[in-house]
Ligand binder design. Sequence first.
Ligand SMILES: CC(C)(COP(=O)(O)OP(=O)(O)OC[C@H]1O[C@@H](n2cnc3c(N)ncnc32)[C@H](O)[C@@H]1OP(=O)(O)O)[C@@H](O)C(=O)NCCC(=O)NCCS
Length: 188
Amino acid sequence: MRPIAQSIGGELVTTKLAMRMEDSLQAFAVRAACFIGELDVPFSEEFDGHDFGATHVIAYVGDEPAGAVRLRWFQSFAMPERLAVIQRFRGHNIGGMLLERCRAQAQARGCNLLYAQALPRDVGYWEKQGWRRLVPEEAGAEPKRIVAMVKAVDPSKPLPEIEAPEAVVLRRDGQLDSTGMPHGTVSN
Ligand SMILES: CC(C)(COP(=O)(O)OP(=O)(O)OC[C@H]1O[C@@H](n2cnc3c(N)ncnc32)[C@H](O)[C@@H]1OP(=O)(O)O)[C@@H](O)C(=O)NCCC(=O)NCCS
């Protein structure tokens, strides 16, 4: 794996956590360029309510936002997703730098497991970043649409046990009816 670039064209490569709305907008701009513009992901899939509760990490080349990832927090793991680097800044492992910032942030918060959902074509990327499949690939099994990947926050420690994280992250949030009550609420 190539080392993470310290500078590109004389400009420092840095990361920061979004603290102000303007920072979050920079993360959204990077994702819009990569996912909506480049990979044809519909806007409605790219952005969702989790964007308001997640931690956004942005990478900069000089002052220019060059990459972003969002980190969602669960009881027993942290989940990086929407990892993107603007095309012209690729090839310097800025994605690895963003994932390392996620790892360090998870460590600082006392979290010991990172969990991600990867497309099958990206599994090699995550493996290069030190992640592994949560469930080993079975020879001859139906190809998966998404692959669960995990990494210990402290690589010197064994991977903690984790109970079916998909059951947690894929659970639909409660829907409200027209009166603002959760569907299925019993009224007297
Ligand atoms: C994935 C992404 C963030 C990586 O950008 P980057 O940090 O510039 O990555 P680099 O080009 O420096 O590649 C880092 C390493 O990963 C490898 N790599 C990159 N994409 C890969 C892929 N899809 N599968 C396997 N390996 C991959 C590179 O070959 C390189 O390995 P090497 O150092 O051994 O040569 C970028 O390609 C991107 O934004 N893609 C579009 C958005 C996307 O698909 N996001 C989800 C991806 S998980």
